[in-house]
Design a protein around this ligand. Sequence first.
Ligand SMILES: [Ca+2]
Length: 479
Amino acid sequence: MKIIRLFSALLVGIAAVFITPQPSLSIAQRKPNILFIAVDDLNHWVKHLGRNQQVITPNIDRLAKMGLTFSNAYCAAPVCNPSRAALMTGMRPSTTGVYDNSIDWRPAIAQEKTLVTHLRSNGYGTFAAGKIYHEAFARKEEWDEYDKERAAPCKRLNPDDGVGAIKFSPMDCGDDGVSDYSIASYGVTQLARKHDKPFFLSIGFHKPHLPWNVPKKYFDLYPLDKIQLPPYQEDDLKDIPPAGVKMARAPGSNSPDKPSDHELMLQSGRWKEAVQAYLAAITYMDGQLGRVLDALEKSAYQENTIIVFWGDHGWSLGEKHHWRKFALWEEPTRAPLIWVAPGITKANTKTARIVDFMSIYPTLSELCGLPIPKHVEGKSIKPLLTNPTMKWGGVGQTTHGFKNHAVRTPLWRYIRYANGDEELYDEVKDPYEWTNLAKDKKYDSVKAELAKHFPKTDAEPAEGRRNNATRQNRNQENE
Ligand SMILES: [Ca+2]
């Protein structure tokens, strides 16, 4: 009897082995998934980076604790369209000629060169919601699925909706009154479902892009009487050459007869309100990120998903009399960058090693075991992800418009404009870049050394300029 029971148990066991479908690849062999999170116009005002002490970003900080955060990461261009085109294609503005928001990057850069298509043609399922490329020039056909974003009705509570082009107001609605809610929801849905292939899930949040219209409860987190203005020097522009002053006044007004964004802000007396609104928009977005992170934690994918979190460039809120991006200083060029690579990055680590966003494409390629395409200009930072304290000679390179470049090293920022104007800042002694040293002869050799990092070629602005679209964009949202 016992022998018969044993024998049938054995038969059942053998049958189970043959009947149970075996996955073709073990978790270890399968390529890692990628959760790719882009945030529009988020500067380095996130709590754990310490530049702004007031901001409330529990979820960005939580993500930083999961992996490695870069305190000194720089965009390739301080404008949405060229920054995103460079990051997503691996080619700098000075190579492609894609310098601003008016240039359609798509005719200039073949589809097979993008990161999305590279991953897709190597077996990745590609899914997205929100803003990944600049919206006027989206290329949604690169994704297997691109969600349509939506928002519940939302009413503006302040009839005075901002200062000039800097638009903001508390809103009467819930979190779903801003489309970032639906963008996060798409991420939650994708993380909850079964995937047959490794996935590249791209989530592009719009806030804190203008207008800073988010539910009132986020404004209430930052009482106006407690708002601190960013460190600021009244006569900061006096040692800045004409090309730099022109950028400080742009895009509001380059005409001395018309007020710049900053002059309008001072006249309105609403500078603190604007800072409050930017902080509110950041904290709103942070909550949406939290929903995506919760979903990842609950999913089957946390152990095998690389996370890359990046802002497309920085933002100035009155420093150097400047507002928005569109300039080559620290505030408009520096943005958060966080990597979580299971088995590679260590939890709760931070590095001040300098990188720029050109590193994202090659690093993801390497981490996924794919070749780094020849056209990709940046270097993989996988060694830095493994050992964030290693010796590192990397620099941050930023280009704004034809032949205007900045290079950032641990010690210096050197800017050279198309007309030959220059700025040089000592980043250790002068982290807010108040004293321009470029005219001091004693730094000539420093400048010569830094200049070696400027691009070797300066491509003419690419064809495909859409002036009408540009004008419309500026009027609507001044992207
Ligand atoms: Ca100055």
